[in-house]
Design a protein around this ligand. Structure first.
Ligand code: ACO
Length: 396
């Protein structure tokens, strides 16, 4: 990188960073009103700028917590707002931003960083791997009939957006979260800023189960030709099967809607299993969801649960040297070791198996994990086994 300095931006520089990021995504600068709404998601100290004689690149993060297999939570940086001016790309500006950001996160004791990538080739070189995948689907409301054995569901309450903004954070905090999900404290203002913009009406629902609120959904409806309409699920979380079925029962009952579209949902979300005709739910896309970067490998490994017999993993980290080394990983302990390694992998590959998004044996087959002998692949699968597909479900 030639003569580019990276530093944390002052509060009065945040809007320039926001404009630069938007321009990198080919979006206009945004109005004053929009800026006032999204400003709270710019966390002081976490917004980086890269400068030559002016601001040429930016990246920021928000503090959060990541749920890991077994249910523990670790300190997380949710990385977003990454952009480089089009006339300064491919000369190392992003590399400078990523290296500075990762060093700063490591210095603060953050265990992991996560992001949504605009393109696949960008982040692997910085130690990020695909944490999990997501499925998008459409449900034909005309064809969708709920099976008689689908749970009835509880009471659905509709909220206006002001009330939803007040109440949904508490509902979300009380839900049981799956691996890959994150705390949302700093995230809600951005969501509601988005829900308040645009012409299509936005609707919020809370599901009330036997013990109180246990699920919610946010959606928008757009009018198609004539009186038909499309309902787009923006956010949907449920704490149990009754809330899940109850919310879908409501969504599939909204009058004048022909199609319900849900994007970036968990791979194992069983919507079609609620229906008499499972083909009424059609998968339209399977894509990578969040990318994960283990910033403190030892702390992250120690936080999640492991199964079966311990194995020694030799991890290589091209950016954060302190992570490179051998780790003995098992259900009872995680520790650094000098013992010979059973398997060798990069820190990005470790992130891919960390939350359960990929079977280690698939990475062995792809040549991305080296094993001492073929039997190790099966033992790695058992070691890293998780019950549910990881999913973040919070787009930042
Ligand atoms: C979490 C988020 O916010 S995702 C949003 C990411 N932002 C965008 O997509 C906006 C549009 N794109 C951009 O602003 C820029 O192109 C960025 C941020 C993706 C990359 O910034 P740059 O300063 O060009 O990256 P940098 O020069 O440091 O590249 C480092 C390496 O990655 C490669 N690389 C960077 N971006 C890409 C890409 N989009 N596709 C393929 N390779 C890429 C470079 O070729 C370079 O490889 P090399 O080291 O082998 O030469």
């Amino acid at each position: 990188m030639n003569d580019v300095a990276v530093r944390a931006l002052r509060d009065d520089e945040f809007r320039s960073a926001h404009r630069l990021f938007r321009a990198a995504l080919h979006a206009g600068p945004g109005t004053d009103e929009e800026w006032e709404r999204v400003r709270p998601v710019f966390q002081p100290g976490r917004v980086l700028g890269a400068f030559d004689e002016q601001l040429v690149g930016t990246a920021r993060s928000m503090d959060a917590e990541l749920v890991v297999p077994g249910g523990a939570r670790v300190p997380l940086a949710a990385v977003t707002g990454v952009g480089v001016r089009a006339d300064r790309t491919r000369r190392g500006v992003l590399t400078g931003l990523m290296r500075t950001q990762l060093a700063e996160l490591a210095g603060r004791g953050v265990s992991a960083a996560t992001l949504y990538a605009t393109e696949g080739p960008i982040y692997g070189r910085f130690g990020y791997g695909i944490a999990g995948r997501a499925r998008s689907y459409t449900v034909s409301r005309q064809r969708a009939r709920l099976r008689p054995d689908a749970p009835e569901g509880g009471r659905i309450e509709m909220l206006d957006l002001d009330e939803a903004e007040r109440r949904l954070p508490e509902v979300y905090s009380a839900l049981p979260l799956r691996p890959g999900m994150m705390s949302r404290d700093r995230w809600w203002p951005g969501l509601f800023a988005g829900m308040r913009s645009g012409d299509d009406p936005a609707v919020a629902l809370v599901h009330h189960g036997a013990d109180g609120p246990d699920g919610f959904a946010l959606y928008r409806v757009s009018r198609d030709s004539g009186m038909s309409a499309t309902l787009r699920v923006v956010d949907l979380h449920s704490g149990n099967a009754t809330a899940f079925a109850g919310l879908w029962r409501f969504l599939l009952g909204v009058d004048l809607v022909d199609t319900v579209i849900a994007r970036n949902r968990p791979l194992d979300e069983p919507v079609e299993l609620l229906l008499t005709d499972p083909r009424a739910c059609e998968t339209t896309e399977l894509t990578d969801e969040t990318w994960l970067r283990l910033v403190d490998v030892e702390a992250a490994l120690a936080a999640r649960t492991w199964h079966g017999a311990p194995l020694v993993l030799e991890v290589t980290d091209p950016v954060l040297d302190h992570n490179t080394g051998r780790y003995r990983v098992g259900p009872d302990e995680v520790s650094r070791t000098d013992e010979p390694a059973d398997a060798a992998l990069g820190v990005a590959e470790l992130a891919m198996i960390f939350a359960g998004g990929w079977l280690p044996s698939a990475l062995v087959d792809a040549g991305r994990i080296s094993v001492l002998d073929p039997g190790v692949a099966v033992r790695l699968d058992e070691l890293a086994r998780t019950r549910r597909a990881p999913w973040c479900g919070t787009f930042f």
